[in-house]
Design a binder for this molecule. Structure first.
Ligand code: FAD
Ligand code: NAD
Length: 480
């Protein structure tokens, strides 16, 4: 049977799925006094994804960019329930979410249902592989903290194995070839961090690999970073060349095995050539795909039939074809790019929406009570007083009801490209002035921007300490 929550029966139950950029931004601004709030996520922490590429080489330690959800919800006025579980099905008709505890430690119950009045879906996206054979089995991804840890371990494993006694030349070259697929910001930032690791530390600590360690970035389109301006794309490609990172554009990966990738490269004359590239480490960063639980929800709602990239929502982020279900962030399909910036602004918007909905309901109840008093009143003076009060309340009701639709304000795009350089397309004063910069000053800006964004003071101190540690002692090259 579904678990009985310690609910306040006078309040609506708001279930929030996920603990990423969208859901956490909502939780931070939500007035939890107005609802029974239940959060469901398999991850009991918020992950600051912009600094995840820095964790793959140990420039930043992984725990520095994790913020425990328990810290976040502890500060709320009214208690929030948290279940560490995955939502496996959203039943639109029965208005329940089926949840499953897939963690290693199992209790008597690991599968149950949570009923909701209102539901916010913020489950993010999963890694796109486009069904290319061998990717899931052989490549590393870069989305979660475990991915970064796996990459860090594998880089060192490749290096130590390459220097194993009597290793053949060919095998050394393969093991020390680090291939990154996808020239979006994830692939670019990871390749940059890896090359930094090599130049600043590995070259010194493992001199045997100095002439062989190689990073290659493979991108299907004619250029990398399509969301940046032409000048910054050129600047990035030139910087990568200077850093000795090979960029292979117009090269599409078609198949992956445990030791090599098969690619189809488009030549200058338009002809296509097939090629096999050996690798030691393969990192796959080709963007987002829709999660199973979201796909299943879309299949239940006819209005979602034509949506491909995720849940189609209206201007108030209500999932098209549903009542009382909202979606935000990477699991929704809007005209905006799937970024943390968009997800967090949507989270803030939904917090305002829920706060104002609660206020509206409270005023509506007061109005109903006043109206009942007015009907019962016989004295003319009392009637006049009540009418005046109803008018004032009515005006304040129309004010709180006037919430304008979600509007995204783009602050700019920022990416680290290695060797203490970053690229930034920035919008100032709501887009009135925009600037495109690249270089070391931009890098300083990149660092300060991220430090001021990392949510808690604790995380800020941890990140700053990690940067200082890396500058002073170099990165740790031990394999965990
Ligand atoms: P997420 O932050 O991915 O959160 C999804 C949450 O849902 C997670 O807590 C997850 O555990 C949970 N979840 C998953 N499945 C279920 C389920 N079945 N039931 C319940 N919960 C579930 N964007 C920028 O704007 N700037 C950047 O610099 C930037 N850098 C990035 C670097 C990297 C390496 C990556 C991978 C992404 C980066 N992004 C950046 C993109 C940004 O991280 C995403 O757009 C953002 O995380 C989307 O937020 P979200 O809340 O929709 O999803
Ligand atoms: P992306 O979708 O931005 O880029 C993926 C790239 O992979 C594309 O350029 C695509 O052409 C390429 N690709 C796809 N299939 C391929 C194949 N078979 N062979 C070769 N190349 C192939 O993905 P991402 O970089 O993971 O970014 C995802 C989202 O997160 C984006 O919205 C991005 O803006 C955001 N993000 C932002 C930052 C930042 O602002 N610094 C950092 C990371 C991610």
């Amino acid at each position: 049977p579904p678990e009985q929550l310690p609910l306040d029966p006078t309040k609506k139950t708001l279930v929030v799925l996920g603990s990423g950029w969208g859901s956490v931004s909502l939780l931070k601004k939500l007035d939890t006094e107005d609802y029974n709030v239940v959060v469901i996520s398999p991850r009991n922490f918020f992950l600051f994804t912009p600094l995840l590429p820095s964790c793959t080489t140990g420039t930043i330690e992984h725990r520095s960019i994790m913020e425990p959800l328990r810290h976040i919800i502890r500060h709320k006025k009214r208690a929030v329930k948290y279940y560490e579980a995955e939502a496996t099905k959203i039943d639109v008709d029965r208005r329940v979410v089926k949840i499953n505890d897939f963690s290693d430690v199992k209790g008597n119950v690991s599968e149950t249902e949570v009923p909701f009045d209102y539901l916010v879906v913020g489950v993010g996206a999963e890694n796109a592989t486009f069904g290319i054979p061998g990717v899931r089995e052989n490549a590393c991804f870069l989305k979660e903290i475990g991915d970064a840890q796996q990459i860090r371990k594998k880089v060192m494993d490749c290096i130590e194995t390459a220097t194993f006694k009597d290793q053949t030349e060919e095998e050394k070259n393969r093991l020390l070839h680090m291939v990154v697929v996808g020239g979006g910001p994830t692939g670019i930032e990871f390749a940059a961090e890896l090359q930094d690791f090599f130049e600043e530390d590995l070259r010194k600590w493992v001199p045997d690999i100095a002439d062989r360690f190689k990073v290659t970035l493979v991108e299907a389109l004619p250029n990398v970073l399509p969301m940046f301006s032409k000048a910054l794309i050129d600047y990035t490609e030139k910087t990568f060349k200077d850093e000795n990172i090979t960029v292979r554009t117009k090269t599409m990966v078609k198949k992956v095995t445990d030791k090599n990738i098969e690619v189809e490269a488009t030549q200058a004359d338009g002809s296509k050539v097939k090629e096999s590239i050996d690798y030691g480490l393969l990192v796959w960063a080709t963007g987002n795909a829709v999660r199973g639980v979201v796909r299943d929800l879309m299949n239940q709602v006819p209005a979602q039939k034509n949506s491909r990239r995720g849940l189609a929502v209206n201007d108030y982020l209500v999932v098209d074809g549903t009542d009382g279900i909202w979606a935000l962030g990477d699991c929704s399909a809007t005209k905006y790019a799937p970024t943390a910036q968009v997800a967090s602004q949507q989270g803030n918007f939904l917090a305002r929406l829920f706060n104002s909905m609660a206020k509206t309901q409270a005023v509506e109840e007061e109005l109903r009570a006043l109206d009942a008093q007015l009907q019962a009143a016989t004295d003319e003076a009392e009637k006049a007083l009540l009418t005046a009060e109803i008018n004032v309340k009515g005006r304040s009701l129309s004010k709180v009801k006037q919430l304008s639709p979600f509007q995204y304000s783009h602050q700019g795009s920022l990416a680290y490209i290695g060797a203490d350089r970053a690229v930034a397309d920035l919008n100032w004063f709501g887009g009135a002035i925009s600037s495109a910069t690249g270089g070391e000053l931009t890098y300083l800006f990149w660092r300060s921007a991220y430090v001021s964004m990392v949510f808690s003071l604790r995380n800020r101190i941890l990140v700053l300490t990690d940067w200082l540690k890396t500058k002073t002692f170099g990165r740790d090259v031990s394999r965990e």
